[in-house]
Structure formats: C-alpha cells, structure tokens
Write a protein that binds this ligand. Sequence first.
Ligand SMILES: NC(=O)c1ccc[n+]([C@@H]2O[C@H](COP(=O)([O-])OP(=O)(O)OC[C@H]3O[C@@H](n4cnc5c(N)ncnc54)[C@H](O)[C@@H]3O)[C@@H](O)[C@H]2O)c1
Length: 440
Amino acid sequence: MSAVVSPELAPDGVNGAKQRRNSTILNPRTYLTPEIWKQAPVLTGSTKFEPLDDARNILVTGGAGFIACWFVRHLTLTYPDHYNVISFDKLDYCASLNNTRILDERPNFTFEQGDITSPSEVKKVLRKHKIDTIFHFAAQSHVDLSFGNSYQFTNTNVYGTHVLLERAREHGIARFIHISTDEVYGDVPIGAADLSEASLLAPTNPYSASKAAAEMMVSAYRNSFKLPLITVRSNNVFGPHQFPEKIIPKFIMLLQRRSKLLLHGDGSPTRRYVYAGDIVDALDTIFHKGVFGQVYNIASKDEISNTDICHRLLDIFEIPHQTSTELQKWVQRTEDRPFNDQRYATDGSKLAALGWEPKTSFDDGLKTTVDWYRRFGEVWWGDITRILTSFPVVEGTEIWTKEEHDALPSDEELIQEESGIGTVWTKKAWDHLQASGETD
Ligand SMILES: NC(=O)c1ccc[n+]([C@@H]2O[C@H](COP(=O)([O-])OP(=O)(O)OC[C@H]3O[C@@H](n4cnc5c(N)ncnc54)[C@H](O)[C@@H]3O)[C@@H](O)[C@H]2O)c1
C-alpha cells in the first residue's frame, strides 16, 4: 500500500501515457493540471439520510473506478462529520486518481492503493482504518475483455470477493454491501416479465459468470457465518467519469474526434440504463434502509438499443443521420462479441418500496455526459486512442489495438529475436531485465 504520489512524481508523456512496442501504457496515478482540474464539476448523488450509529469507517473497494468514485464523493461530501471513507483500489488501467482528487484535502477521505486478491493487503487496510462497513465495487467490469482474458475476471471477481469476505469475517464487519449486476440473470426474451430478485441466475459470458460465482460466495458467507450482507444488482450505469471502453463514453469520444462509431453486430441488443447520480442515491438508500440478507435490483425503465445510442448521440452532435447514406458515413458495423445477450430486464419494486426511484431521464443524463466528455474526455485518463478501437486488448495497464496484438511475436519468437541467446526466458522476465538495463 502507498500514499498518493504528488503530481511532480508522475512519469513523462502526455498526461502520463507512455508509448512502447506499439502500445499505450496508462498511468492511473497521474493528476490533471490544476487549471483543468478546477473546471471539473463535483458530481455526487442527491440523497441524505440520518447517519447510522454503527457505521463510521467505510471501505470502498474500486474507489478510483467509475461507479465507486461517484459513491466515494457522495459519502465523503454529504456526511463529513459521520463517515470516514477509505477508497481501496489497485489502480488498474481504467482507474484514475483524478476521479477523487477533489477529496484529497478532506479529513474524512483516504486513498489506499491495494489489491483485493491480496489477503495481507486487505487485512492491513481493515485493521489500519478500523473498518466497520464495506462497499465492494472492485471488479474486472468490461464484458468485451472477459472473452479474451477470462482468468483475470475469475481471479478478481471471484477470488478477490472471497478474500474480502474471509477477511471481513475474521475482522468482524458490521455491514458488507456487495455490488453485482443484472447480467447475472442472463438474457430476458422480449415480452417476458421483468425479473425479480428471486429469479434464477443464468449468466452467459465470462464476466457475468464471474459475478454470479462471486454472488454464490456471498451467499455462502451469509448462511455459514451470518455475515451481515446485502447484494445489489444494477442495470447498466452511465455518466461522467466512466472509462471510455464502455459504449456511451466510447461513442461520445469517437464523435468528438469526428470518427465513425464502431457498432458491434447489428446493434439490436438493448440495455436498461441508470444515470450515475441515481445509482449513488440507490446505494445510499440501501445503505441506510436496506435489510441484511436481502438482494436489491437497481432497475430503470430506460431500455435503449445500441443503434438507438448512435442515433441519440448523432442528434446531440448535430450530425445528419436520417438517410442510410448519412448513417453509413458515421456508423460502421464490426464483428460482434462471441456471444451477446439480447436484453436484460429487472424489476425494481423492492427498492422502490425503500423510497428510491430514478430522477434523471436517459436523455438528460446523456446530455450532461456528452458535455463532460467534451471538456475532459481527452485528458482525464491519458491517451485513450487505442481504447477507442474495436476490441482493444488490455494487459495490466498496457493497451493494444486487436490488430497490433495479433501481430505481436509469440513469447518464444520475442525471446529468440531479442536475446540472441539460448536460455529460455519468459517474456515478463525479459521485459524486466530490459527495463533495468541489464541487457545493454
Ligand atoms: N458499469 C456498469 O454499467 C455496471 C452495471 C452493473 C454493475 N456493475 C458493477 O459495479 C462495479 C463497478 O463497476 P464500474 O463500471 O464502476 O467499474 P470500473 O471498471 O470503472 O472500476 C473498477 C475499479 O476496480 C479496481 N480494481 C480492479 N481490480 C482490482 C483489485 N484486484 N483490487 C482492487 N481494485 C481493483 C479498478 O482499478 C477500478 O478502479 C463492478 O463490480 C461491476 O461489476 C457495473
């Protein structure tokens, strides 16, 4: 674990992004310059409840990522005298300390870099900050990547959740809120009823399978050890601060660059969307009013197809797209995911009974989101060019286009080419040696 590095220590390059072997390495520790930073709006939810007596020190895993950063800002700024918020994040490729920079001087906010798959790091942070409440967001969250890198998804989402649960049990936690997804239910045919929390889990891709498997572990700890757990399954979330690998920010940034939208398959799958400010209010509601042992869907009625997202964004950017010729100029169909659920549809009445309902319409949320990305999308994370391509490949914080990655030499070829020696090196060890200058 380590403290936040100062901006002066950030590495060289465009906002910290370095180029190497036809790839981009993102640096989530890099800070924006103050001139840009000061212009950014401070985005939170809008709810405020009577603080809980038995909650004081709250660990938020994945706090430098999209949804959790909204929640961290909300808790820190809405409950300054009641809750201490500890953001615990590995700082993966999609994270950014810019997401919580506004909080750095706040006495009730701390950032700790750490990995949920490390039992010792989790134990240390729980003890150091006398944690009584955990909000568990940290995950590998991008479905597209889960088809190519599924071990990473199982490791983070299943094993990482297991580590947190076990350490939480040993530590004696008062409250553990686990963030899951509507994707665990699998595809819901058109015309079928919206699914309640009691529905069977039937995930269909490695991401959703890893999230469902994590839920099984949550369920086991609830039953075996009576851990005070609540599980939350949300629809798709969108809004400012989302890493531009996901469809809405990616398409905004492509249009911003006057590039074509890269639409997977026929564009017909739909998703239901919740604005980030609304999910924060939902989580705040569940935190203060939710019942242990329960599962809550966070559900919206805004069901939008991928094609429809293209149309709405082209409207906002005032780009003509009425005729098929105009549309073809701006929308390019690409290969689809190996498998793509047609739709998810969940019923939110259980959470509505606690008093939550979405306040932001899809169109209003989209306009706010476009405005934010127009101002900050190019600088917030560093060089996102490769992320904006179709099916980029991510390893750690290093990004390639699919074509670049396909053209990379195999580990064996690379080692033979670069070492000129007979010893069998792993590529990782060779990279390490090169970086340390020992091969010169
Ligand atoms: N984005 C959505 O539409 C959506 C919808 C439903 C549920 N969810 C769930 O919400 C949660 C947050 O999603 P998001 O879109 O904000 O994700 P994100 O990808 O923006 O952020 C994930 C964060 O987790 C961190 N992380 C990854 N591995 C880690 C590890 N081993 N240890 C510590 N930190 C680690 C990353 O650095 C990153 O900051 C996830 O659990 C996701 O499954 C997301």
